[in-house]
Design a protein around this ligand. Structure first.
Ligand code: C6P
Length: 420
């Protein structure tokens, strides 16, 4: 791709997406930071919320709020209907076969902890093995490590190459008679790698082993179809998908969820309680103890509707165009090293710049109104694999423009000047 400046209209209408119009939906994108227009490139950490989602939350709080599944009164019924509508929305978004396969949780982390505590504690024991990849987020490492400590099981790790691609031959070799579970990120938050998860699920299933896919960085950016992937569990967080914090989804195949014990106990997950014995509710309520995050879930439903109306294919195409443009442009910057150069990548650009600490990069960029994340991105093993303490990470969303990529480049040159 050429670095020659393009006309704004050409640059900002890529993949059939009118980005300038889309941006009007996001009030926060109109603000400035340190007197500069905000350039928000920290979407992998949390994305911004369009007015359609904000309005839905305000409407809910203004007209519909009550507890769900508990009241015969009008407000409780309105809240329950809105909550269950969000479940159907999430079901269609993921291509799940049944509504009851969608469990609402606080986010990807809670979803993985649920599977570990329920499936893991029931079906993984001493001497058993769990396969993870070398590029997992801590949320998909630590719960499994806790389980291993408790049960005397052990983790096996799929290595990756210098581009940040998993070594599939090595993956195959990790399976043996003790393998009980595979937990993998669909897209790496620190590298951007899109893993070949459909094939990897098939490999695990050939060995009779179930697979959890961590879709925190995939669901907001590429179309996901859990039936086509044939994964056993799929998790994502609402706040990375233009929805509220405190919302998230655990998808699980009904047959597996049915045989799993509940995790947390309390309201909604019971059918009948005596001091002698409790019988549990049916799916999905068996896994939704206590008053759920009603407003966040309803907001998540609105966010999914918003993204689906734009179209995940168009979102992916625009973000790919931004990534290619940025990747090509930073190649000329002396001392800049991209961490994560897989052939299939989502729009994450992790980099180091000579010996300038990524926190300094992030702080100086912020002075120019540019928000990136600097640090280990809760993926310390990835940093160890690449021999860096941290990276600076620009992560793009469909509402980002090519002008914003240009601003990032200019900002990086400013960082270099400070340390020249
Ligand atoms: N990654 C990032 O800046 P929660 O915190 O539960 O919403 O999501 C956890 C999580 C799980 N898996 C992956 C692949 C993730 O990227 C994240 C969150 C953020 O990269 C915050 S650390």
């Amino acid at each position: 791709m050429s670095n020659a400046p393009l006309m704004k209209s050409e640059k900002d209408v890529s993949g059939g997406l009118d980005v300038i119009k889309v941006r009007e939906d996001f009030p926060i994108l109109q603000r400035s930071v340190h007197g500069r227009p905000l350039v928000y490139l920290d979407n992998a950490a949390s994305s911004q919320m369009p007015r359609q989602v904000i309005d839905r939350l305000v409407y809910y709080q203004t007209h519909e709020h009550a507890n769900v599944h508990r009241g015969v009164h009008t407000l409780s019924q309105l809240a329950s209907t809105a909550f269950e509508d969000a479940r159907r929305t999430a079901q269609h978004f993921l291509g799940a076969r049944e509504e009851r396969e969608i469990i609402f949780v606080r986010g990807a982390t809670e979803a993985i902890n649920l599977v570990m505590n329920s499936y893991g504690r029931a079906f993984i024991g001493e001497g058993d093995e769990i396969i993870l990849s070398a590029m997992e987020h801590h949320a998909n490492i630590v719960p499994w490590q806790m389980l291993c400590q408790e049960k005397g099981a052990r983790l096996r790790v799929i290595p990756m190459d210098d581009a940040g691609e998993l070594l599939l031959d090595e993956y195959e070799k990790l399976f043996n008679a003790r393998t009980r579970f595979v937990a993998l990120s669909h897209v790496s938050n620190a590298l951007g790698t899109i893993n070949p998860v459909r094939e990897m699920v098939a490999t695990a299933h050939a060995h009779g082993v179930p697979v959890l896919l961590d879709g925190a960085q995939a669901a907001p950016h590429i179309p996901v179809d859990v039936q086509a992937l044939d994964c056993d569990f799929y998790v994502f967080s609402g706040h990375k998908l233009c929805g509220p914090t405190g919302s998230g989804v655990l998808y699980g195949k009904a047959a597996l969820l049915e045989k799993m014990p509940p995790w947390q106990g309390g309201g909604d997950m019971i059918l009948n309680v005596t001091f002698g014995r409790t019988t549990y509710n049916e799916l999905p309520y068996k896994f939704e103890a206590g008053t759920p995050a009603i407003a966040p879930v309803i907001g998540l439903g609105a966010a999914i509707n918003y993204l689906t109306a734009i179209g995940l294919e168009r979102i992916a195409a625009h973000e790919q165009a931004l990534l290619e443009y940025a990747t090509e442009a930073v190649r000329d910057i002396e001392g800049l090293c991209i961490i994560g150069t897989a052939r299939h990548k989502a729009a994450v650009l992790s980099f180091t710049l000579g010996d300038i600490h990524p926190h300094d990069i992030g702080t100086i960029l912020d002075q120019h109104g540019i928000a990136v994340r600097a640090g280990h991105h809760c993926a310390q093993p990835v940093m160890q694999r690449f021999g860096v303490p941290a990276t600076a990470r620009a992560s793009f969303a469909f509402y980002n423009t090519f002008e914003e990529v240009d601003a990032l480049l200019k900002g990086i040159h400013e960082v270099r000047k400070v340390f020249a």
